[in-house]
Design a binder for this molecule. Structure first.
Ligand code: NCD
Ligand code: ZN
Length: 336
């Protein structure tokens, strides 16, 4: 068993860094783990203009200067071509589509994806990626992703050249669907959907820190996600969906959805890949498949992880991280 592991500095193609006073902490935590991140736009107010894209990038970089930041904007209205070009110029590589009301800050989401087709057509022309939160509003909670797949298939049919990412894939049906669609359709995979099922949220005690959208589902769904990743399928790459909320916002009458995984994501992934005897596939999942899909250069910097136990703190930056209080095997070696 290796005691040291050299990996490319990881990319995270789906992270929530929030805004205001929280942003600095969350951006710092991300900077300790990742070289490059794709920052989600569901802030309040949302990132949905050339100015807000520019300002958000500057704010993130002010807090975490060594982080390479790729931006998204919210697809919650139709944009003119000039606006899309300006957002692209300011660092946006993708638009994020949230259906109405399905997750944190999606009260301005869309009820009918066809309404966005004029913008989606322009995105195809400009080579912007479409990131989908793939859940059907109003469906039974465990069926929401499955019921969304018809929209994904329709988009792919109507916009054959558009690059599309089904974010945080969590069900056997969605894994199968993405596998069967052409190479311009991929999926991000979170750490929590690789290790959790519904049991870890409500099976024994209620565990709000594991509550997120889309819900971790049945054992067969977790297995489907694991099989896709551990088979080295290049359509599936890391997007942690690390989504911190303060303890007070998670543990109250109407708790917020989101798992704070950034500080523990890579150590957990190393453990999981090691368990499956697939450590040789980890670099591709962390740093090759995603950058190739996004058509950006592969990461050249390396980092070293050492096998040395540590206990995950009960809170980090005011939020309860994934696996809080538990012992993890691996940690990043700090350069001295
Ligand atoms: C995310 C958040 O808190 O911003 N929550 C979540 O449960 N994943 C939003 C999202 O990606 O759905
Ligand atoms: Zn997210």
């Amino acid at each position: 068993m290796p005691q040291e592991l050299t990996l490319p500095l990881p990319d995270d193609f789906h992270i929530h860094l929030r805004q205001g006073k929280d942003l600095a902490n969350y951006a710092n935590s991300a900077e300790l783990q990742f070289g490059r991140v794709l920052a989600m736009p569901n802030t309040e107010p949302p990132i949905n203009s050339p100015e807000s894209v520019k300002k958000y990038k500057e704010e993130i970089l002010a807090a975490a200067p060594s982080l390479e930041v790729l931006l998204t904007f919210k697809l919650n209205k139709n944009y003119e071509e000039q606006e899309l070009l300006a957002m692209q110029k300011n660092g946006a590589v993708a638009a994020k589509y949230y259906p109405l009301g399905v997750t944190t800050n999606s009260q301005d989401g869309i009820s009918k994806i066809e309404d966005m087709y004029p913008t989606i057509a322009l995105m195809e022309k400009l080579n912007l990626v479409l990131c989908l939160h793939g859940e059907e509003p109003g469906a039974f909670c465990l069926d929401r992703e499955k019921d969304f797949l018809k929209h994904l298939e329709k988009i792919c049919k109507n916009f054959p050249k558009l690059r599309v990412v089904l974010e945080h894939v969590s069900s056997a049906e969605a894994v199968e669907c993405v596998k069967n669609l052409p190479p311009n359709v991929a999926a991000t995979v979170t750490v929590h959907h690789l290790i959790l099922t519904l049991n870890d949220i409500v099976g024994d005690s209620l565990r709000p820190q594991n509550f997120c959208k889309p819900l971790p589902k049945l054992p067969k769904d977790k297995e489907a996600v694991r099989t896709a990743v551990f088979s080295g399928n290049k359509k599936f790459f890391l997007g942690t969906d690390s989504a911190p909320h303060s303890l007070e916002k998670k543990e109250c009458l109407c708790g917020a959805a989101g798992v704070y995984s950034a500080p523990v994501a890579i150590p957990i992934l190393i453990e999981e890949f090691e368990k499956e005897n697939k450590l040789d596939l980890l670099s591709d999942f962390l740093s090759v498949f995603g950058s190739d899909f996004y058509q950006i250069p592969r990461q050249t910097k390396k980092v070293v992880y050492i096998k040395e136990k540590w206990q995950v703190p009960s809170t980090i930056d005011g939020a309860v991280p994934l696996r809080a209080g538990e012992t993890l095997e691996w940690q990043r070696k700090i350069d001295v």
